[in-house]
Write a protein that binds this ligand. Structure first.
Ligand code: DSN
Length: 419
């Protein structure tokens, strides 16, 4: 029996045992540790099979029916299915399924709507934004005049007054909403009104929460935004990659920006994998999953609070919780390391107005997309919070070894990728 969901693992083992061993060890790592990184998930065997298929061999620059290469009749079908499924699932007027990643999708959005030197307004990275939303070390911060907004000091929710004041004062070409470490919902109607007031393009980077939108668990930005970009591998549970939805009037600009603007040949195996994932997301089972992800995140946040940590923004309405762990006496970096030694995988994360540097931090970010895919529920979230708390509290390798044993016992009850 094969333990790997790929068509030719035996052939790979014979040809390249070193890489085959990496694949097996990574499978074991994913199966036995607790995966709490908010941006990761376990995609389905069907998506994995598509990603490892011969579609990877095909060059297909252009779009279905208008390619720069021959022999595209089969991959055309896959891309057309992905586009139609994306439009139908999200009620979108236009979909581009070719971006290689979330960052690529975002570069295409800049390319479609702005020129270097234009002003954009986006959430600051230290308050939960993303590198491509204008960070000084990213192309976006180097090529654009970036104005930022953040969260209010009192409740750690987006400061819409500040957002509007900055928009009115700086007249940005584009206003970006969306974040990587913001546990609350975003008021898209309010942001649409601000964009209309100042004549800005409304861009939503929905990478983190689009899977919750697909599962009808939270409100959608699609009716409000000019353009919505996202990754396909987070809560959405698809292949690694990106996607862009847009109003019909922007469709041609988006397509031109993706190809030939910033990419050459699309990765057709990933495009087909996106089609498979989108069909999975249209099921009632996925809708239940999306709601369970949020219930689990709320249970995890509440249980970590019961262990003495503080949930930023007062809790979560999404798939992730950002915990201020200063009460534990250790930094996010140390907590991340200690949890890692105990088989609990998550990441250190800055909290709003963090006194520590980004490489150290006062917080941790925990997410529930992967554990919920495994079938874990509220009782397991309570157990996980206790395991995290115990791991953070100790610098004893023997304590971490004991917790790791308990983690392995827990994950063994919720197996993934069984042959
Ligand atoms: N790096 C991703 C995350 O973990 O949130 C965002 O791109």
């Amino acid at each position: 029996m094969s333990t790997f969901y790929g068509p030719d693992f035996e052939a790979l083992t014979a040809q390249d045992p070193e890489i085959a061993a990496v694949l097996l060890s990574e499978l074991k790592r994913q199966q036995t540790n607790l995966q709490l990184i908010a941006s990761e998930n376990f995609t389905s065997p069907a998506v994995l099979a598509t990603m490892g298929s011969t579609l990877s061999n095909k060059y297909a620059e252009g779009y279905p029916g208008k390619r720069y290469y021959g022999g595209c009749e089969e991959v055309d079908k896959a891309e057309s299915l992905a586009i139609e499924r994306a439009k139908s699932l999200f009620g979108a007027e236009h979909a581009n399924v070719q971006p290689h990643s979330g960052a690529s999708a975002n570069i295409a959005v800049y390319q479609a709507f702005t020129k270097p030197g234009d002003t954009i307004l986006a959430m600051s990275l230290p308050h939960g934004g993303h590198l491509t939303h204008g960070s000084a070390v990213n192309f976006s911060g180097k090529w654009f005049n970036v104005e930022s907004y953040g969260v209010r000091a009192d409740n750690e929710l987006i400061d819409y007054d500040e957002l509007r004041e900055k928009a009115v004062a700086t007249k940005p070409k584009m206003i970006c909403s969306g974040a990587t470490a913001y546990p609350s919902l975003i008021d898209f109607e309010k942001i649409r009104a601000i964009c209309d007031e100042v004549g800005a393009i409304m861009w939503v980077d929905a990478a983190h929460f689009i899977g919750l939108v697909a599962g009808k668990a939270i409100p959608s930005p699609v009716p409000y935004a000019d353009v919505v970009s996202f990754t396909t591998h987070k809560v959405l549970r698809g292949p690694r990659g990106g996607m862009i939805l847009a109003k019909a009037e922007h469709g041609a600009a988006i397509d031109k920006a993706v190809f030939p603007g910033i990419q050459g040949g699309p990765i057709m195996s990933a495009v087909a994998g996106k089609a498979v994932a989108l069909a999975e997301c249209a099921t009632l089972g996925y809708q239940k999953y999306a709601k369970d992800v949020i219930v689990n995140a709320q249970a995890l946040a509440a249980s970590l609070e019961a262990e003495g940590m503080r949930a930023v923004s007062g809790g979560t309405q999404t798939h992730l919780a950002l915990m201020d762990i200063r009460s534990t006496g250790v930094t996010g970096k140390v907590a991340d390391e200690r949890c890692g030694q105990a088989g609990i995988v998550m990441n250190k994360n800055s909290i709003p107005n963090d006194p520590e540097k980004p490489g150290i931090t006062s917080g941790i970010r925990v997410g529930t997309p992967a554990t919920t895919t495994q079938g874990m529920g509220v009782p397991e979230m309570k157990q996980i919070a206790t395991l995290i708390s115990r791991a953070i509290a100790s610098d004893e390798p023997s304590v971490h070894a004991q917790i790791k044993t308990e983690v392995h016992a827990l994950t063994a009850r919720f197996p993934i990728y069984q042959a």
